[in-house]
Design a protein around this ligand. Structure first.
Ligand SMILES: Cc1cc2nc3c(=O)[nH]c(=O)nc-3n(C[C@H](O)[C@H](O)[C@H](O)COP(=O)(O)OP(=O)(O)OC[C@H]3O[C@@H](n4cnc5c(N)ncnc54)[C@H](O)[C@@H]3O)c2cc1C
Length: 364
């Protein structure tokens, strides 16, 4: 890079924060705009699971991206904690993906076969590793490399790390428009202020389509609501993330658990519902009957940014290479944050287009 870049990043969810921090770490001057507060979008509702073998059952591009990003997580967490001087709960405790009937047992056993990083466990083996599992289960696939990160503390640490690297954070500033002009871009915010920069990165999650950039790619991001519960666990201690057909349970070290998540097509409605809470509790009780003994802490809700083919939009807009998208991470934004940050920084700082970006092109 021959000169210090100026980049504006729109949106301070996990993607905007990770991208801003990485750009600043590599020498760019970055200003990040957030309509609400840092991490207040889909990110605050996330379960923080890092589970590419479950999310990428189809073993395609998403799976490859997930594996790549997971491999970056130890170093990502180490440097974020070091920069911020904040500890973040992060455990590679493994997942147990549970088969509850013969058909799912056959499918999951087949998936684990020939895959050295997965192990099929019959009912007895699965229950010997996780005694709280229902006696009715057929078995489970163990993925020992999977894990989770506690997202609220991660966001605090990430924001501090970004600040330490010089990122300017403009909270409560909604960006209304992005205009490409001769030397770069000009953005306007809802208080009528304009800001100029060399490039703009759109990390506005589900709301990317509201920005006036006239880019058809942005408009095809849509919100998919997810509700998630936090409970105080009072049963047999859990040592893995447990994933069933209708819910998953993530055990934190303070004996709280996260139970997620609904998948609902309800537009931009960010409310929790009685039906969502009931469905999650029913599903968790079926998988782990001792859920009945848990006490209720809270229900969270977030809008996952989804694209038509389920892959994120990462790369230059169809209009201009000065406007770059980093959105549409749907169910995997936490997992994919380190990789996304690195791909965007490679592109902006080094002018290097990673081959993975070919499948992630906005407007594809
Ligand atoms: C219930 C639930 C569970 C999940 N579990 C997992 C999981 O276990 N693992 C995983 O990897 N992922 C998970 N996800 C998905 C993950 O949370 C998302 O993929 C991720 O948070 C997306 O991050 P983001 O930064 O793109 O979007 P967001 O977090 O939504 O951030 C976008 C930000 O942009 C801001 N913004 C929007 N428009 C503007 C504007 N015009 N100007 C300024 N700011 C703007 C918003 O206010 C928001 O803060 C889960 C999601 C949900 C809802």
């Amino acid at each position: 890079m021959s000169r210090r870049e100026d980049v504006v990043v729109i949106g301070a969810g996990i993607i905007g924060c990770a991208v801003s921090r990485e750009l600043a770490r590599r020498g760019a001057a970055v200003r990040m705009f957030e309509a609400r507060t840092v991490g207040a979008g889909a990110t605050q509702a996330s379960a923080g699971m890092l589970a590419p073998y479950i999310e990428g059952h189809a073993r395609g591009t998403l799976f490859e991206l997930g594996l790549r990003s997971l491999a970056m997580y130890d170093e990502f967490l180490r440097t974020v904690s070091e920069d911020s001087e904040l500890m973040v709960e992060y455990r590679r405790c493994g997942t147990l993906e549970v088969a509850t009937d013969a058909a799912s047992a056959e499918r999951l056993r087949g998936m684990a076969e020939g895959e050295p990083l997965l192990q099929w466990l019959d009912r007895g083996e699965a229950r010997s590793r996780e005694a709280a599992l229902a006696t009715s289960i057929e078995g489970a696939v163990l993925a020992p490399g999977h894990g989770y990160v506690a997202v609220p503390p991660l966001m605090d640490a990430l924001a501090w790390s970004a600040l330490r690297h010089g990122v300017q954070i403009e909270a409560a500033h909604r960006v209304t428009g992005v205009r490409v002009d001769g030397a770069g871009v000009t953005i306007t915010t809802d208080d009528g202020t304009s800001w100029s920069a060399g490039r703009a990165v759109i990390a506005a999650g589900s709301w990317a389509g509201f920005l006036e950039v006239n880019d058809p790619a942005a408009a095809s991001v849509r919100p998919v609501r997810g509700q998630l519960l936090r409970l105080h666990w009072r049963g047999t201690p859990l040592s893995h993330i447990v994933w069933g057909p209708d819910c998953y349970v993530v055990p934190w070290q303070d004996r709280t658990v996260l139970v997620g998540a609904t998948v609902e097509d309800v537009g931009f409605d960010e409310r929790t519902t009685a039906a969502g809470v009931r469905d999650l509790l029913d599903a968790a009780c079926e998988l782990l009957p001792e859920t009945w003994r848990a006490t209720f802490i809270e229900a969270r809700v977030g809008l996952r940014p989804a694209t038509p083919d389920g892959l994120p939009f990462i790369g230059a807009s169809t209009l201009s290479d000065r406007v770059i998208y980093a959105t549409g991470h749907y169910r995997n934004g936490v997992l994919l944050a380190p990789l996304t940050a690195s791909l965007i920084a490679d592109l902006i700082i080094d002018g290097h287009e990673d081959p993975a970006l070919a499948a992630l092109r906005p407007g594809r």
